[in-house]
Write a protein that binds this ligand. Structure first.
Ligand code: SAH
Ligand code: SF4
Length: 373
């Protein structure tokens, strides 16, 4: 049994609700009425074949929670049918905050000179992997900025030793790399790769990621699939310049990429970036997209992201009730965790991962959901 401290309960943002969620809210009570248009769109989306863009746009344009209840209800039911009531765990270790890129939205961008940079040693990374294993979690996610210090040789050595010593399933999230490097990672024992497409709009992508093209990102995702990685994509929601049509394209892209996983979360403006004065994404559109992805790609793995609990204390639970089925506790050592400053508020999640898990487990059990390591 994992132990829970009051302090970490407060810090992790899961239990700090002013009012706890009654189970009927988390489980989405069956809605009484549907407008015929919403009903038609929902029915068509649940048929086989690619989703119709007009249907996605129509549902993405619904802005009030009541009107969206039928969608959340359908997605939650589909999640139960396809991937069941278990919430899968992935222990994440953020091993370097150095980055060569200058994505306009991200606090790790190279031009952010105010950020103290760190790199974890092989020993520290291996220790963190053991902590994941001791927590009875079967999957490790290794994430970093695009940091050339960890070349293919270093990373392969690391992957091999983690695999040999822990036997964990290894997910990498290291950004864009040449095909040969992905191939070497796969041969060294990496199983999965998370590379969010970030936005399906080529022009917005190019604006937000100077010097990068969506086309290249999609080529990388194609290589990863070919090489036999279980592949994750996904996007941010609430980016400046993003509208319902772009979000509809995000959903279609996740479908056409045959993604095994999709990381979908709100954009949160970081004060030390060029997007500091932009408004943050909102909870409801993220829930809408999670639900639509669950309906269009029923067996996909969808994490309830940390960014959701930054936006709202119940954000992550709401995501788990709208199609999500994965939770990624942070196993980065505390001294480094606050420096992995992608967006503000992440430190709200800086409690001991075992306490966070214990609490999540209790919360989920109330709604008939369980945790699967
Ligand atoms: N460097 C790698 C992995 C680390 S970034 C890469 O870019 O793929 C991990 C994720 O953080 C990104 O995919 C992005 O979606 C998310 N992210 C970065 N800045 C963010 C912000 N301001 N708000 C929300 N998510 C952000
Ligand atoms: Fe670097 Fe990834 Fe942040 Fe872009 S999103 S600046 S690639 S860490």
């Amino acid at each position: 049994m994992r132990s829970v401290s009051k302090e970490s309960n407060r810090a992790n943002g899961i239990s700090s609700y002013e009012r706890p969620l009654p189970s009927r809210r988390l489980g989405h009570k069956k809605p009484m009425t549907l407008t015929s248009k919403t009903e038609e769109c929902l029915e068509r989306l649940q048929e086989a074949g690619p989703p119709r863009r007009e249907d996605l746009i129509a549902l993405l344009s619904l802005r009030d929670e009541k009107a969206l209840q039928p969608l959340f209800f359908a997605a939650d039911a589909r999640r139960k049918e396809t991937v069941g009531d278990v919430v899968h765990l992935r222990g994440i270790v953020e091993f370097s905050n150095y980055c060569e890129r200058n994505c306009l939205y991200c606090g790790l961008r190279q031009a952010n000179r105010q950020l103290k940079r760190y790199r974890m040693t092989d020993r520290e990374i291996l220790e963190a992997a053991f902590a994941v294993k001791r927590a009875n979690i079967g999957t490790l996610v290794l994430q970093s900025g695009e940091d050339p210090f960890y070349d293919a040789e270093k990373l392969c050595r690391l992957i091999e030793s983690i695999k040999r010593e822990t036997g964990l399933v290894i997910t990498l999230s290291l950004g864009e790399r040449p095909r040969e490097e992905y191939q070497a990672f796969r041969q060294a024992g990496a199983d999965r790769y998370l590379l969010k497409h970030e936005t399906a709009s080529p022009s917005l992508y190019h604006r937000l990621r100077p010097g990068s093209r969506l086309e290249n990102r999609l080529t990388c995702l194609g290589w990863l699939k070919d090489l036999g990685f279980e592949t994750g994509s996904g996007n941010m929601v609430g980016l400046p310049g993003q509208d319902a049509a772009v979000l509809a394209d995000d959903i279609s892209l996740i479908d056409s990429l045959n993604a095994d996983m999709a990381g979908i979360g709100p954009f949160l403006p970081h004060p030390q970036t060029p997007l500091s004065s932009c408004p943050p994404g909102e909870v409801l559109p993220v829930l809408t997209i999670l639900a639509l992805v669950r309906l269009t790609r029923p067996v996909i793995h969808l994490p309830a992201t940390t960014a959701m609990s930054v936006l709202h204390p119940e954000g992550r639970l709401k995501a788990l009730a709208s199609g999500a089925n994965v939770f990624m506790p942070d196993f980065t050592p505390p001294a480094y965790r606050r420096l992995y400053d992608l967006y503000p508020g992440r430190s709200a999640d800086s409690g001991d991962p075992l306490s966070i898990l214990d609490l999540l487990e209790k919360e989920l059990n109330r709604y008939g959901r369980t945790i699967l390591p």
